[in-house]
Design a protein. Structure first.
Lengths: 148, 243
């Protein structure tokens, strides 16, 4: 850089920026499925992965779908509005896990059921004081925020 | 009067010495008010309970971690194009502050994630690019001390800073490009509807302003130290030549 004139230094920087942006864009576009953390139920239904593939599925826990069976096994459906996939999971669920809340599960898709080995709760970007929500619920005007 | 006058080390030192006491007070008061307000005088969240309070450290730290890199990028570009030494030293001085903020954001994020998500860490696009940004900070600091000649070091670290900006941008906007990640989107935004109740967002804004001033103070202070260190080195070299 030291021997270059100012004009040439600006040109070098501009070229570097263009190259970086193009490279990042191409890599990000080519690897978007790998970079995305989970698949949506619609994607899973449209293209069911092989029973041997371990992947993540994410969406909202469908209302009224949670069935707590014998022992620690829990069954529920995960939905993204378009499609819904049945999930079965044995283990301890995170505190935030409940109906109409986001979740991300790791596991395999076997015979139309997603057998999860790990369930994470996905928090959306809504923050509200507990007292406010309790008061709204008491008045019966509380609306569940749209989860992401 | 042009802004480039402050590229003169002497002018930079006298001006920063004059404004630093005021900035110290501002940073201290805003941080103290914001954190005390956030930790002790905010209600619990309806789902997260008291874990929401981690936000008052995590969000400002991540905010500074990412913006510190952009500040280093601007300072590096000014160095490469206009050859002002103070600018290169300001970028050098900001890196250790930025890396500490990144570490704070990573640790508080892991604590929050363990509580809310049920895991300390996941390879989500946003988290991953933020970890890469942390590694870039370490590499940047290492590169500065690995090269003997200060001008060459400033040139090469400038290029490293430019490349690392990819991950600074991704840490903030990965949520937009790859929307199927675990990390939630931006809670605070200027154009969208408000997702965060005022009870949480007001102290959060104070904390962010406090962290911002803290960053400014530390960078001005450290840049002054770098200028003096360089001056001492020049004096010692001259002495050795005379002897």
């Amino acid at each position: 850089m030291k021997s270059l004139k100012k004009q040439r230094r600006i040109q070098v920087i501009a070229l570097t920026v263009v190259a970086l942006v193009v490279a990042t864009g191409l890599i990000g576009y080519a690897m978007r499925d790998g970079i995305n953390f989970f698949r949506s139920p619609s994607q899973v239904v449209a293209e069911p992965p092989a029973a041997s593939e371990v992947f993540r599925i994410g969406g909202l826990v469908e209302e009224g779908s949670i069935v707590r069976g014998q022992g620690e096994t829990v069954r529920f459906s995960v939905t993204d509005g378009g499609a819904s996939v049945a999930v079965s999971y044995t283990g301890v669920l995170p505190d935030l896990f409940s109906e109409n809340e986001g979740m991300v599960g790791t596991g395999r898709y076997v015979n139309g059921v997603f057998e999860a080995s790990e369930i994470l709760a996905k928090h959306d970007e809504t923050y509200m004081p507990k007292e406010v929500v309790d008061a709204l619920k008491e008045q019966g005007v509380y609306k569940e925020p749209e989860g992401s | 009067m042009s802004i480039w006058e402050y590229a003169n080390p002497k002018k930079f030192l006298t001006t920063s010495e004059r404004v630093l006491p005021v900035l110290w007070v501002l940073a201290g008061v805003l941080c103290a008010v914001g954190l005390i307000w956030g930790f002790f005088f905010t209600p619990d969240d309806y789902r997260q309970g008291a874990s929401v309070k981690i936000m008052f450290v995590h969000v400002p730290a991540a905010f500074i971690a990412i913006n510190a890199w952009f500040m280093m990028l601007v300072a590096s570009l000014i160095w490469v194009i206009r050859r002002h030494h103070v600018s290169a030293l300001a970028a050098k001085a900001a890196a250790p502050v930025g890396v500490v903020m990144t570490l704070i954001a990573l640790i508080t994020g892991a604590l929050w994630g363990h509580q809310i998500w049920g895991t300390w860490w996941v390879w989500d696009p946003r988290l991953t690019s933020f970890l890469v940004l942390f590694l870039f900070y370490l590499g940047y600091i290492a590169l500065w001390s690995a090269i003997e000649d200060p001008d060459t070091a400033a040139d090469l670290t400038s290029i490293l800073c430019l490349v690392g900006s990819v991950f600074a941008v991704l840490s903030r906007y990965a949520v937009l490009f790859w929307n199927q990640g675990l990390h939630q989107g931006a809670s605070l935004s200027l154009d969208k509807e408000e997702n965060v109740a005022d009870a949480f967002s007001n102290p959060l804004y104070v904390c962010m302003a406090g962290f911002g001033f803290l960053f400014l103070v530390l960078v001005l202070y450290r840049t002054g130290t770098e200028i003096r260190a360089r001056r001492i080195r020049a004096l010692m070299m001259r002495e050795r030549m005379d002897a």
